[in-house]
Write a protein that binds this ligand. Sequence first.
Ligand code: FAD
Length: 408
Amino acid sequence: MAEFTMELNEEQKEVRDWLHGFAADVIRPAAAEWDEREETPWPVIQEAAKVGIYSLDFYAQQYFDPTGLGIPMAMEELFWGDAGIALSIVGTGLAAVGVLANGTEEQIGTWIPQMYGDAGDVKVAAFCSSEPDAGSDVASMRTRAVYDEAKDEWVLSGTKTWATNGGIANVHVVVAVVDPELGSKGHASFIVPPNTPGLSQGQKFKKHGIRASHTAEVVLEDVRVPGSCLLGGKEKLDERLARARERAKAGGERVKNAAMATFEASRPAVGAMAVGTARAAYEVALDYARTREQFGRPIIDNQGVAFQLADMRTSIDAARLLVWRASWMAINGKPFTAAEGSMSKLFASETAKKVTGQAIQILGGNGYTREYPVERMHRDAAIYTIFEGTSEIQRLVIARTLSGMPIR
Ligand SMILES: Cc1cc2nc3c(=O)[nH]c(=O)nc-3n(C[C@H](O)[C@H](O)[C@H](O)COP(=O)(O)OP(=O)(O)OC[C@H]3O[C@@H](n4cnc5c(N)ncnc54)[C@H](O)[C@@H]3O)c2cc1C
């Protein structure tokens, strides 16, 4: 285990500075345009692919950084540039992690390259779990996967919603119910290969923020995929289902809690995105407060303004520390005995919402217009308290973990 230090090592600093350069020179200048267009910023994704940021290699390198700080550092810098564009760049990675976590080596080797495409012909991927009636309550998912033994095919039917890159993805990862009796333990993940008949995009949502990121419904009508598209394979699924049935007999709560634990690990990454957006808005506000003059002096000369900036910076640093702690714990295999992953996401996402609002206040009328980026950042920040589990769900997870009680 690495000796405790609060400093990034030289290699990490180099990667951070390289990402910051891309975020400052390529992402930030394009942010307002793609926010207005509400379209996937393909040219920016291509640019990211050319320099190696949009690739499995890059993502895997950060993922396996032994300090755990590779992913949070990368997320913070890219989302500092712009949240909508950054989500368009890292959205594929989120789907790829689903395959890395559950797929066989053959599945990883076959599908992940098709998720990214190549620099000359970039592709994206989508992870489809949420449904119109199953958001926070994942266990109530209705999309079914039925095995057709004669053909060794799975047949998927249902409607997914709010899928990032849904419908425009080359590869969709779809979570579906294989055993309705088992709640979320009866779910399995499937690859839907490019151009599979029966998969179509439903409505594309017009959103409050992160508007460069494509969010849409995905409709599955008798979508047939080969048996080899079940992530992890049939044998492993059958074993897992058998174990879950045994455990369900022994006591249903244990099954639910085990499912919740798996979400914990991805939450610090969302916290890091929120830290990036919060830091971006804080920097704009600090700069503005130093230069804007009213009553014959810079507005930062007023304690009322300076103290707000002090609080903003304090919260951002605290959020980053929670994110780094949870990321370090995850890579070192430390159990989240106090739901530290959820804590980091909860605090960082609430911080981003608050800090971006404070930034608007510091910029006054200018903050409220699209001439300055903080109103966009404020709209973007609202997503962090919603996706990957709302703030209320994070509190529920933390409270249950601390108390051991099935709090509702
Ligand atoms: C832009 C965007 C991108 C997304 N990307 C993806 C994606 O790529 N893939 C994917 O699968 N999903 C995605 N989602 C879905 C997202 O994860 C869900 O929106 C989220 O989990 C919340 O579900 P819901 O919207 O149905 O809200 P609901 O679950 O209906 O919640 C509504 C409100 O009730 C509260 N609430 C619910 N249950 C409780 C409770 N037990 N106690 C207290 N309060 C409660 C919630 O906190 C919330 O405030 C995305 C969503 C958005 C908006």
